[in-house]
Design a protein around this ligand. Structure first.
Ligand SMILES: Cc1cc2nc3c(=O)[nH]c(=O)nc-3n(C[C@H](O)[C@H](O)[C@H](O)COP(=O)(O)O)c2cc1C
Length: 210
């Protein structure tokens, strides 16, 4: 059951460096990320899957030495578009038209309107919007990892400029938004393991308007 898996998962602080997440599970997590809903279906981000040990060592340095980055086996960096452009939005329209076999006019009006709203905005506002979409995918990645019984640590504790530099993201029109470290929890050495999950009670979190 999903809720059992969500209670099982925790933001793992110490991964077992001897264990590697199998490719099939990584694939399942990536496919969940791919299925994330995004505003207007733009999917305004890419994910960088890093296994290379040297690159992960550099990422760890850029992430305040968080050990999960090298003790786990995989790192996913969510890199949001640095801005919205006509080309990027047109490519989304092209794909919808091609894959659904519909007339361009069916969707062009909507996306033209979107372009007129987004393109004049400062790049920073568009990046922030894109990064919010990447966070939805991060959430699904966390959920999919739990479903696959893979341990995961979502992270925003890193220096984004350094991560961008390490992965050459700026040259690709991307900026790092969040990181997901994947691996298997170590049996000891993790202060958080076994601690009660702390959440506000539902009646404090939810206001019902019936
Ligand atoms: C966007 C985001 C960023 C986070 N950044 C870090 C991080 O850099 N390092 C870390 O150890 N945990 C990080 N966490 C984990 C949270 O601290 C953790 O999810 C929260 O305390 C709830 O605990 P739980 O996930 O174990 O249930 C982050 C979580 C999210 C969602």
């Amino acid at each position: 059951m999903l809720h059992e898996r969500l209670n099982w998962r925790y933001a793992t602080k110490k991964m077992d460096p001897s264990k590697t997440v199998p490719d099939t599970k990584i694939q399942a997590i990536l496919e969940a990320i791919q299925l994330a809903p995004t505003s207007s279906g733009l999917q305004p981000f890419e994910v960088i899957l890093v296994t290379n040990p040297e690159v992960r060592a550099k990422l760890r340095e850029a992430a305040f030495n968080q050990a999960q980055i090298t003790d786990g086996s995989h790192v996913i960096v969510f890199a949001a578009w640095d801005n919205y452009t006509a080309e990027r939005i047109d490519a989304v329209v092209d794909q919808i038209v091609a894959e659904r076999g519909i007339a361009r006019e069916m969707v062009a009006g909507y996306y033209d309107n979107l372009k007129s709203m987004m393109l004049p905005r400062p790049a920073e506002a568009n990046f922030e919007h894109a990064a919010r979409q990447a966070y939805i995918a991060l959430g699904l990645g966390v959920t999919a990892a739990a479903f696959e019984e893979v341990d995961a640590t979502p992270m925003e504790g890193f220096n984004p400029e350094q991560v961008d530099e390490i992965l050459g993201l700026r040259a690709r029109g991307l900026r790092s938004a969040a990181i997901l470290a994947l691996g298997y929890r170590a049996t000891e050495g993790d202060w958080l393991q076994g601690m009660k999950k702390v959440r506000r009670p539902l009646d404090k979190l939810v206001t019902k308007v019936a």
